[in-house]
Design a protein around this ligand. Structure first.
Ligand code: BGC
Length: 255
């Protein structure tokens, strides 16, 4: 049990990668704050799975595109469990459109959730660590698209690239406080964000062809990396991005 006695906040943990991470951290011994934006029923499902491990879960609704909600989320978690040791910034959205058609509304949704929301959730988390005079661990779920272009998803790539620089800056600024921060960059993972892709056999086959390991990832493939990075085994690991993508990012083919 690598996380005995720890408490973790996992944003967007009602589904997909966030849910798998919440359950995995509980299996490793952590109590978990589960966060959802709109789907209370799926958050209740995550809670059930967390509690089935014997650990405690606590569900908080928060829309991370609103700064006030980021503070509320962290404060509720601290009020409930007494402290938070681990933050996993997982919640994220993407909107597909040709660049010339992107609406202000979609742009703002992506940037405020994926970038501003992560910034202020992390700020509140760090403030409570300072108040408690303790260190902690932060993991951002970014994407291969913190590096790799993804045409038609420019705002998404911008937000993930911002997470890369945020992580590098904070690694330096927070190291003296005993706080480690790293990114996990998933490739194509079987989650609701990829529902359209998963239902399009032609698109899916061509994507699989680009993945050296020959399959999409499972949320659990990402969760095992997260469990390592938030554990004491990763105490000397900070300022790095870990790709969990089946080799996707380096698989360039001349047609
Ligand atoms: C995106 C997916 C995409 C995958 C690989 C992820 O960050 O959310 O839509 O399939 O990257 O390109």
């Amino acid at each position: 049990m690598r996380l005995e006695g720890k408490t973790a906040l996992v944003t967007g943990s009602d589904q997909g990668i966030g849910k798998a991470i919440a359950v995995r951290l509980a299996q490793e011994g952590a109590d978990v704050v589960i966060n959802y934006r709109s789907n209370a029923a799926s958050a209740a499902e995550t809670l059930k799975e967390v509690e089935a491990t014997g650990r405690q879960g606590f569900v908080v609704q928060a829309d991370l595109s609103k700064i006030a909600d980021t503070k509320h989320l962290v404060d509720e978690g601290v009020a409930h469990f007494g402290k938070l040791d681990i933050l996993v910034n997982n919640a994220g959205v993407e909107k597909r459109a040709d660049f010339w058609d992107v609406t202000e509304e979609d742009y703002n949704t992506v940037i405020s959730t994926n970038m501003t929301g992560v910034f202020f959730t992390t700020q509140r988390f760090v403030q409570q660590l300072i108040a408690a005079n303790q260190g902690g661990k932060i993991v951002n779920i970014s994407s291969v698209h913190e590096d790799l272009p993804f045409p038609h998803f420019t705002s998404y790539c911008m937000s993930k690239g911002a997470l890369r620089m945020m992580m590098r800056n904070l690694a330096i600024e927070l190291a003296p406080l005993g706080i480690n921060i790293n990114n996990i960059a998933p490739g194509a993972i079987e989650t609701p964000i990829n529902t359209k892709l998963l239902n399009d056999p032609v698109l899916l086959a061509s994507l699989q062809h680009n993945i050296p390991l020959g399959r999409l990832g499972k949320p659990e493939d990402v969760a095992s990396m997260a469990a390592y990075l938030v554990s004491d085994e990763a105490n000397y690991v900070t300022a790095a991005t870990f790709f969990v993508d089946g080799g996707l990012i380096w698989n360039y083919h001349e047609q």
